[in-house]
Design a protein around this ligand. Structure first.
Ligand code: ATP
Length: 349
């Protein structure tokens, strides 16, 4: 059963529609990432769930009761934002205990809870420290502990790590994921970073221009994108539209792509496919090649792998391979690009 159910949510700011018909059921204990580019409506949706923004229409149910009629501070949600808004005049422990104080919890209990949470977020012993005397990563942990102190039904985070350097960000992503698993709190995390979403989410919800393009596990949205937008957004993909004829080779204009295997062999007409860079194969083009022949535009070493960019007419292709197995091509080389249709994903829409 869904813990949080969003149905037909619309949000307009004047004539601008920021959210269009958003439908989503979130299960108890699930870790959801709202992912999308700037301005797609991620923060607006999170603020509606938090009660900081009113929706124009739609329904928001938490455990089958109407959440939209409950004031923000009574919704029992814990929130962490990019700008942390920790209270500078309070020490670390009192920052964490603040929500409990507002709720009238006795001082000794507050202190115990804050001390326990400091241990959970790896800051034991820093209860009395001023928040101004903490590093950026430590402050984020205090913000997380403060949000969790009220034992929220929903834990909402809006780009909480985007101001931190890459190493610390990755470290905190892992920590927050472990913590969330341990506590089992239903979590919604906003990010524009697909790597971040892939590494922490149980389910990624991809938004585009206020609409959900696809909601699925990281594997589903990476390997089986349902729209061209998702195929483009979820990392590098080679996307092109060959013409299929049952029982014959697939053609991309005059380039012969070979005979599609399995069900694809029965398809006809033009269909858009996505092939990940790691599934392309390259070899030097020969004079009589009838396949997909391109020119190498750029080669770069990415540590463990080598990435080669190629152009075929006005189309671009990207190939990656583990460095020590990659063929060595130079800019300007003429190369034949091939792939196995078993690794081609037909984009449904
Ligand atoms: P970012 O990653 O840049 O924060 P986002 O996906 O979180 O983007 P939102 O902040 O939800 O995007 O904004 C969605 C759209 O709604 C944007 O075009 C934004 O300009 C607009 N918008 C948000 N808040 C308001 C507001 N109070 N008044 C008018 N327009 C707004």
């Amino acid at each position: 059963m869904a813990t949080l159910s969003l149905s037909n949510i619309q949000k307009s700011f004047g004539t601008f529609q920021a959210l269009r018909d958003v439908n989503l059921d979130i299960r108890s204990g699930e870790f959801i990432c709202l992912l999308g580019g700037s301005g797609c409506g991620k923060t607006t949706l999170l603020r509606i769930i938090a009660g900081l923004e009113e929706m124009t229409s739609g329904n928001l149910l938490l455990e089958n009761s109407d959440l939209s009629s409950i004031e923000c501070h009574k919704r029992n949600v814990g929130m962490v934002f990019q700008s942390l808004a920790l209270f500078p005049h309070l020490n670390v422990g009192d920052n964490i205990a603040y929500g409990l104080e507002v709720r009238g919890v006795a001082k000794s209990k507050r202190r115990q809870k804050a001390t326990d949470l400091l241990e959970v977020v790896g800051l034991s012993g820093l209860y009395e420290r001023k928040v101004s005397a903490l590093s950026g990563g430590q402050r984020q942990r205090v913000a997380i502990a403060r949000a969790l102190a009220i034992e929220p039904k929903l834990f909402l985070m809006d780009e909480p790590f985007s101001a931190l350097d890459a190493g610390l960000r990755e470290h905190l992503q892992i920590e927050v994921k472990k913590l969330q698993r341990k506590l089992g709190v239903t979590t919604i995390f906003v990010t524009h970073d697909q790597h971040e979403a892939m590494s922490i989410a149980d389910r990624i919800v991809i938004l585009n221009e206020g609409r959900i393009e696809q909601a699925g596990t990281p594997t589903e949205v990476y390997a089986r994108p349902q729209t061209r937008f998702v195929a483009d957004f979820m990392g590098t993909n080679n996307i092109f539209s060959p013409i299929f004829t049952p029982g014959a080779d697939a053609m991309l204009e005059d380039a012969n792509l070979g005979r599609p295997s399995g069900e694809l062999g029965q398809w006809s007409g033009k269909h858009t496919v996505a092939v990940r860079p790691e599934y392309l194969q390259l070899k030097p083009a020969s004079a009589d090649s009838t396949g997909l022949v391109g020119t190498v535009d750029f080669v770069r070493l990415l540590g463990a792998s080598i990435e080669t960019e190629l152009s075929v007419g006005d189309r671009s292709f990207v190939h990656t391979m583990v460095s020590d197995r990659a063929p060595q091509f130079a800019v300007g080389d003429s190369v034949e690009i091939s792939f196995d249709f078993d690794h081609a994903w037909v984009i449904p829409s």
